[in-house]
Structures are given as C-alpha cells and as structure tokens.
Design a protein around this ligand. Structure first.
Ligand code: DUC
Ligand code: ZN
Ligand code: ZN
Ligand code: ZN
Length: 485
C-alpha cells in the first residue's frame, strides 16, 4: 500500500467528540482530519461512508512469549500481534518479567522477543523480589528504558508472589519515580490453602481451580492493595478485575477521591464459570485463568461498572496455551497453565456487548478500548486519538457487518478459543498500523520488525496533585501538642 492514505466520509470518533470527516495519513502519521480533503492521485483511498473511523485498540494487558508454569505461551510477539491487528488492536502493553531476579535481564529478554513485532508495543515490568538492586533497577527502567508501570503479584505463592512488606516498599518506590503500581489482587496464601483443600477432597479437575480461589480472596487483596496505596498516597491500577467483590472496593475508593484504576478483561465481562465444569478436560482447562472466571452475575456487574465509569478500560490478559500445554494439568488443576485468549476478540466483543447492546456510546467505546490506556500510560495523544499529529493507528468498523469467532479462522497459534462460536454485530474491516494497511478484506499483510517500541514517560495525569496532598499531610504532623510531662 501507498504511504499516503485517505479515509473518506466516515464518522470519526474520539473519546470526547465525533464528526463526519476525512482522515489523511502520510508516513505513519495522521496529517489532517476534516471534511472534503483534496488529494493528488498517488493516494490509497478507502471509502468509510456509514462506518466508524476510530483509534486502533490499545490492549493494556497481554503476555506474549511468557515463560510461565513450566511452559511458554504459544503466542509470541509475531502471532499475538498479528491476531491483535486482525481484531482491530494496534498496540499492546506486555508484562516483562524479571530473568534470574534481574529487571534489566528481563527487559533485555523481552526486547529481543519483541524484535519481530508487527505493531507498536510497550512494557510494564513485574517486581517479584525486593533488595537494593531491584530498587536501583526500577530507577533505570523508568529513567532509561521507557517503563512507567510496575506489577506486583499478590498471588502465585512460591513463584511470582510478593508479600505486604515488598508491596509497601514497591508502592513507595513507584511513587518516588512517578510510576504506576499495578496489582494482581488475590490473597496468595489463602489460595494455596484453598488448593490444598480441593486436592484433599479429591477434586483434581479444572473445576477445582475456581473453587479453590473464590471472589472473597480477590476482594480482600483488592481492598488491602487499595488501602496500602492510600497510606503511601500513590495511584493504583488493579489488573483483571474479575468479581463484584473487587469492583465494589474500587468503587468505594474512587468515591472517596482515591486514584484507583480498575481494568476488567474481556473474558471476565462475557464468560461465566460453567466452562471449567465441561466433562472434556481440554475444553474445561482452556478456561482456567487467575483470578478465575466467576459465576454469571459478576460479568454483568462488571459491564455495568464500565458503563458508569467505576471501571475505566478493558484489557485481555491474553496468555495462551494450547491443548498439549493445558494437559500438563490433566491429573492436577494446580498444574494447568493459567491463561485465556482475547487479543483478537476484545474489540469485537466489547463493541457487541457494550455498544450494540446500548450500554455505552461509540465515544465511550473509544475511551475504554484505546484512549484511557493511552492517558494512563502517558502516551496520549500520540496514541488513542484520531487527531492531526497522532500516530496513524486507525480502524474502520462497520456497525452493520457481523463477526464470528472460531478456532478455524482466528490468528492465534492456539488450537482452542474461549469465545468459540460467538457471533455479533460490528466488524473491524480495516486496520491501519503505523500508517500501513495491515488488515483488509479479511486478509493480513504484516511485516516482522515493523512494530516500534513505545517509551512511556512517568508522572501521568494520575499523579497530578499527589505531592500537594503529601505536603498537607506531613505539615499537619508537626508535634502540635505541648505535653506537661
Ligand atoms: N493470570 C493468568 O491467567 N495468566 C497470566 C498471569 C495471570 O495473572
Ligand atoms: Zn511524502
Ligand atoms: Zn495477573
Ligand atoms: Zn496478566
């Protein structure tokens, strides 16, 4: 395709505004957005009449080429991103994991895995232990490597899990760096106990997974992380909010003015816990993720929370293992690699579930699938907007066309799909990434190495006013009482 693209006559949607306009793209950048743009004849013209022209999706939560639970996710930075593009997502933020305890070694390993990228990407970094080296490495990540968010796993005992002392140190360090603290919120010690109980009862199948880690443990850890973040006075981002229990803690904190972000994932919005009870092991095991997919009412409540602003954006936790890998846990659900797909399905399922159903507007759709990610991770308006000067990451969605999800047509390398057979209204017909048409007429045209690493600067809008609050807090602590003794 030409380096110049004109998208004609569509409804251009941003998070705060929509209008019928043309969009002109040159050399990977949006050059102009206005009605009736006149052009020369060396331009690829796409007719978007009757369709929505929107910022490409930004998936804030993925795990590509992730070494986890004795195996590596089947989607790497090529196949996972190709799948993303086919579903209208043009950027993702992946979780880089330390290697041998080193954040720098972890970052370098992920840099290498991402060399074959076909779309833009950024990294969060996980912190899994605490000492002076880790503390120094966090500074290097923020000041030199373009990372502005750190994830703390409150679960996965014996592997990634941290304790409250580390969480407290980590929160303080994040605050000092202007980096966003993220938590996987489940009470890891209690989960461990719950798993033991299941095994003792003879429940070794996939149904034991959700039974061993009920929503009360997600609510507890969410509340604990929120309160520690309040004590440190730093913003908090709760990843994969899967339950009413966790959502209500976030609602309460936000109501009191605390800066807490809640991210549901698409599987948690549209699936319920009947899957893991399927008599076929692989079918049941494909739904196993943590926190687990909950009973039916939770997803609906999370949708409602998204529509009222209690939750702010949608991720996927795309972390995919095939049937063979899932079968590592055939005798013991504790050994089933945790993770589900979603990177290709998120944009379609959120459209169908939230917009087509009438729960949110098209502008809200743009906000929760793209713009809010860009704002939180401090790359707006380069990403997350259709504005002159923004990166040309654009989708054209036809609201009158339909999608259908199937393992036989998806672009992930896995042989299962937790959304198998789902269909709905609204189809991403064109994806433009970095100014190139990469998805059109149901065909992918991607070039390994064309994706760029996006550095994310610290001190996002979430930090506005934080220091002022601190000054008030500490100045009120100056020995106000003169005692008699
Ligand atoms: N949960 C998953 O299901 N997979 C990856 C990590 C996580 O927290
Ligand atoms: Zn030129
Ligand atoms: Zn997690
Ligand atoms: Zn995750």
């Amino acid at each position: 395709s030409s380096s110049k693209i004109l998208i004609k006559g569509g409804t251009v949607v941003n998070a705060h505004h929509q209008e019928i306009a043309d969009v002109f793209v040159e050399h990977g950048i949006i050059v102009d957005v206005k009605p009736n743009i006149k052009i020369g004849d060396d331009v690829t013209v796409l007719d978007a009449t009757g369709k929505f022209v929107m910022p490409g999706g930004i998936d804030p939560h993925t795990h590509l080429a992730f070494d986890f639970m004795g195996t590596r996710t089947i989607d790497d930075f090529f196949s996972g991103q190709a799948a993303a593009l086919a579903g209208g997502t043009t950027m993702h933020i992946d979780f880089a994991i330390p290697v041998g305890g080193s954040l720098i070694a972890g970052f370098e390993a992920y840099e290498e895995r991402a060399e074959k990228s076909v779309m833009d990407y950024g990294f969060h970094m996980a912190v899994t232990k605490w000492d002076d080296t880790v503390s120094k490495e966090m500074e290097i990540m923020v000041n030199e490597k373009g990372i502005n968010s750190f994830k703390f796993f409150m679960a996965y005992k014996g592997a990634l899990m941290i304790n409250d002392v580390l969480l407290l140190e980590g929160l303080k360090k994040c605050k000092s760096l202007g980096a966003l603290a993220m938590v996987h919120a489940e009470h890891g010690d209690a989960v461990f106990e719950g798993q033991k109980r299941m095994i003792e009862l003879g429940i070794t199948g996939p149904e034991g997974h959700a039974l061993s880690r009920p929503a009360v443990l997600e609510g507890e850890a969410t509340a604990r992380a929120i309160r520690l973040a309040a004590f440190v006075n730093t913003p908090l981002y709760v990843v994969h909010v899967m339950s009413i229990d966790a959502m209500e803690e976030i609602a309460k904190a936000r109501k009191s003015g605390q800066k807490v972000i809640g991210e549901p994932i698409v599987a948690g919005l549209v699936l319920d816990d009947s899957g893991p009870w399927d008599p076929d092991f692989v079918t049941a095991a494909k739904y196993v993720m943590s926190p687990p997919i909950r009973a039916a009412g939770h997803g609906k409540a999370l949708q409602a929370a998204l529509s009222t602003g209690i939750l702010q954006l949608v991720g996927t936790d795309h972390c995919v293992f095939n049937s063979t890998q899932k079968s590592l846990g055939i005798d013991d659900f504790r050994k089933i690699p945790n993770g589900v797909n979603g990177i290709e399905e998120r944009m379609h399922l959120v459209w169908d579930t939230m917009v087509e159903s009438g729960q949110i507007s098209v502008s809200d759709y743009v906000r929760i699938t793209s713009t809010e990610s860009a704002r939180i991770f401090n790359i707006y308006p380069r990403k997350g907007a259709i504005l002159a000067g923004s990166d040309a990451d654009i989708i054209i969605l036809n609201p009158n066309s339909s999608f259908e999800i199937s393992t036989s047509t998806h672009h992930s390398r896995t042989d299962t799909n937790v959304f198998e057979g789902r269909r709905g209204k609204g189809k991403v017909e064109v994806t433009i990434a970095g100014g190139r048409i990469v998805w059109i007429n149901d065909e992918l045209k991607v070039t390994p190495g064309s994706g760029k690493y996006v550095k994310m600067p610290p001190f996002s809008y979430l930090f506005a006013g934080i220091d002022k609050v601190d000054a008030m807090y500490f100045s009120s602590l100056k020995a106000p009482v003169k005692r008699a003794w």
